[in-house]
Design a protein around this ligand. Structure first.
Ligand code: GTP
Length: 311
């Protein structure tokens, strides 16, 4: 999948807002409990992660006390804000310096508009787990505040936390928008799924295991359910993508510990079969089948088999 606009993804926000934790959770396998041990981000040059082949994720601090970052941001403006496809700006929901945070955000937004007018903007109201219930009210208030600060710039706001699936969801949404032909992909996945009587077909990004696209499953679009056989009776878990991603990442991690390459996976459980394999250089495809009369096979020399929990 080619990337249309700039190839840089900026991850910005005040010091301590949670950028580093977020990055390590999405781009490696660090559990949330480990993030408290991360030191403050100092070396800007280290904050490069590549994903989806050509995309480069850059982490930038925008904070009052961080004079080093402050000067860096103002002297390297053109470098930072050019060729940006997406800016993700993180706000600590509990921040005691919201006015200052907003001031920095408006500055960054202005530079972004100047150097990369086409870039998409995503705002994360982060650490939502710290907010007392009901959380929706606090979120709506913050969202309004952020919309006001953004003027007529189009942007999307997500409430996130590293302690639940909200972060993974927000990032999946972001990655999805980076794929210019996402809707065509979904259509092809749906056709492919119908051809092999699959309940669902999911395309994951290879580095992060974020969801790029899915087939429209029987339960989500009843009109097409006949293509899938009787899938209307199958209950699909609302958190299935997050859980799958977590499991695969953990399994990949185990494979690397025993110095085995992870390439593909086949699982036969009581009521369904799942196979996962490399699709392109940057993606994995997963096929879920509930129909017991359908056999799924991965053709490849080194597929790992996890049958009935024996693996
Ligand atoms: P700098 O490295 O200084 O730029 O900060 P940063 O934006 O990278 O923040 P960092 O990831 O270092 O997180 C700061 C603190 O916030 C850490 O102690 C994290 O454990 C904590 N934190 C990050 N995300 C969350 C979250 O969703 N909820 C809660 N409660 N704490 C979080």
């Amino acid at each position: 999948a080619a990337v249309e606009m700039g190839s840089h993804v900026l991850l910005m926000g005040a010091s301590g807002s949670g950028k580093t934790s977020m990055r390590s959770l999405i781009f490696s396998n660090n559990p949330a409990s480990l993030t408290a041990r991360l030191g403050a981000t100092i070396d800007v040059e280290q904050n490069h992660v590549r994903f989806l082949g050509d995309l480069i994720l850059n982490l930038w601090d925008c904070g009052g006390q961080d004079s080093f970052m402050d000067t860096y941001l103002s002297t390297q403006r053109a470098t930072i804000f050019q060729q940006v496809g997406v800016m993700i700006y993180v706000f600590d929901v509990e921040s005691r310096e919201m006015n200052k945070d907003l001031e920095y955000y408006r500055d960054c937004l202005g530079w972004l508009r100047h150097y990369s007018p086409e870039a998409a903007v995503f705002l994360l109201v982060h650490k939502m787990d710290l907010v007392r219930e009901p959380r929706q009210h606090t979120f709506e208030k913050k969202k309004q505040e952020l919309q006001d600060a953004s003027g007529d710039t189009e942007m999307t706001v997500f409430g996130t936390s590293i302690y639940d699936e909200s972060l993974y969801r927000a990032w999946s949404n972001i990655v999805h928008t980076l794929i210019p032909n996402a809707s065509i992909l979904s259509k092809h996945l749906t056709t492919f799924g119908a051809a092999c009587s699959a309940t669902e077909v999911i395309l994951f990004e290879k580095t992060t295991f974020l969801v790029i696209a899915t087939s429209s499953s029987g339960s989500e679009s009843p009109s097409s359910s006949s293509d899938f056989g009787d899938t209307s009776s199958i209950q699909l878990d609302g958190k299935r993508y997050e859980r799958t991603s977590e499991l695969i990442k953990a399994f990949k991690h185990s494979c690397s510990r025993v110095r085995e390459d992870f390439r593909s996976l086949e699982m036969e459980l009581n009521d369904f079969t799942a196979v996962l394999d490399e699709m392109t250089r940057n993606t994995y495809v997963m096929i879920i089948v509930h129909d017991p009369t359908i056999g799924l096979f991965i053709f490849g020399p080194r597929s790992q088999r996890l049958a009935n929990g024996q693996g």
